[in-house]
Design a protein around this ligand. Structure first.
Ligand code: ATP
Length: 204
């Protein structure tokens, strides 16, 4: 599925952050989102994923087509690895967690409660959830935090597999994931400084 963003403007905490953001993410394509700290990468991903409305512009893909992985892993601490994946799979109407366990090398940890995983293992479990969503467009915010080199490579393979199956991915990262991808530099879309004084004005 293709995602077309047209002339998007986005705010965070009533302060406009980005404007004039237009790009196309085609099926089978990965785009690397770049920009310095505070430039609006998270704000853009949240807007595209439907977690906050744009001030202006449009996003062609519905939120139901997007799987968003934020900074936080969002794991259920007392559930085991396989229970966490099963929980998420059911939410998305899926049942097979095998490929997700395998892709992120979680088989030996399947019966361990999430709260007893290391930081990198938690991150792998958080990313494995993408595979049980069945959603075609992945939006990932700094997905490789806490991952060692082998796990980054494993994650890169999971993304490539997703692209090969016709999926797409927009990834905020400065890490080389081991495959060619176009760059989307959002520092060119910085919004003019102005303040939105009310919700009504922002969304009029
Ligand atoms: N809840 C909030 N209220 C007000 N401003 C916020 C809020 N959250 C973030 N901001 C501001 O919005 C701007 C964009 O933040 P955002 O998190 O989108 O940037 P980023 O490019 O993802 O940054 P980083 O690379 O540091 O993760 C920053 O100036 C930030 O300080």
């Amino acid at each position: 599925m293709e995602l077309v963003a047209r002339d998007l403007a986005c705010a965070r905490g009533s302060v406009p952050v980005l404007e004039g953001v237009s790009f196309t993410l085609a099926a089978g394509q990965a785009l690397m989102l770049r920009g310095p700290n505070g430039s609006g990468k998270t704000t853009l991903l949240r807007t595209l994923a439907g977690l906050q409305p744009p001030l202006e512009g449009s996003v062609s893909a519905p939120p139901e087509s997007i799987a968003y992985a934020a900074h936080a892993d969002g794991l259920k601490a007392t559930l085991t690895v396989s229970e966490n994946l099963t929980f998420w799979a059911r939410i998305f109407g899926q049942s097979d967690i095998g490929p997700a366990l395998e892709a992120f090398d979680l088989g030996d940890l399947a019966d361990r409660p999430a709260q007893n995983l290391s930081a990198g293992q938690k991150r792998r479990l958080g990313l494995a959830r993408l595979l049980v969503t069945g959603r075609p467009i992945w939006m990932l915010d700094e997905p490789t935090v806490s991952l060692d080199a082998a796990s980054v490579a494993q994650f890169g393979r999971a993304v490539r597999g997703h692209l090969d199956r016709g999926g797409a991915a927009l990834i905020a990262t400065h890490i080389d994931l081991g495959f060619e991808a176009a760059l989307l530099d959002i520092s060119t879309f910085r919004a003019r400084p102005r303040r939105i004084d009310s919700f009504d004005e922002a969304f009029a």
